[in-house]
Structure formats: C-alpha cells, structure tokens
Design a binder for this molecule. Structure first.
Ligand code: ZN
Length: 97
C-alpha cells in the first residue's frame, strides 16, 4: 500500500493581479482588492450588491457611485477596484469551469 502526499489544492484562493492591485477571492461574489504599493489599502468588492453591479468600500464608490445607483441612475464609471475584481471574477469562473 502506497501512501500519497495528499495536499488539497482546492482550498487555495485564486489570486489575480492587475494595475498594481492584488485581487483575492474572499467568498461567493466577494473580493478583497489590495493595493500592492500600500498593503494597508484594502477594499471589499461585493457583486451581490446593486443587482449585480457590485459595491466597493472605497471612498470613490461611496461618494460618486453609490448615490447614483440609489437613484436608479447609471454611474459614469466604475472605480478601479470594481473593474479589476470583475475581470478577476471572470478569470476565476473560467478556471473553475
Ligand atoms: Zn473601489
């Protein structure tokens, strides 16, 4: 009988990097976006919010985007965290398929 080293790869979080940010899958549709230059600068992105548009904890989102979404308006642009996390999510989904 041979005992094999069973290291579970499944538990490891997919990680994605873009534009100086590291994006970590937190759970379900939530991501932690960390500035690689300043690791203290972390934002939570949740794509379950605002009907799939997504919510971010950064100031830009809270002051510029959230008020528009609450009025049912389409914001001009997403914050960089939302954009990068969206791409990370698509990337992870293709990996899981
Ligand atoms: Zn943001």
């Amino acid at each position: 009988m041979k005992s094999e080293d069973t290291k579970t790869e499944k538990g490891s979080e997919p990680e994605y990097q873009e534009n100086g940010m590291g994006i970590n899958w937190f759970e379900a549709k939530r991501f932690l976006v960390t500035s690689l230059r300043n690791p203290m600068n972390v934002h939570m992105v949740d794509f379950d919010e605002y009907g799939g548009y997504g919510e971010c904890s950064c100031e830009y989102f809270q002051f510029m985007i959230a008020p528009k979404l609450k009025q049912g308006k389409q914001p001009f642009k997403k914050c960089r965290h939302l954009r990068s996390a969206k791409r990370a999510m698509q990337n992870i989904q293709t990996l899981l398929d």
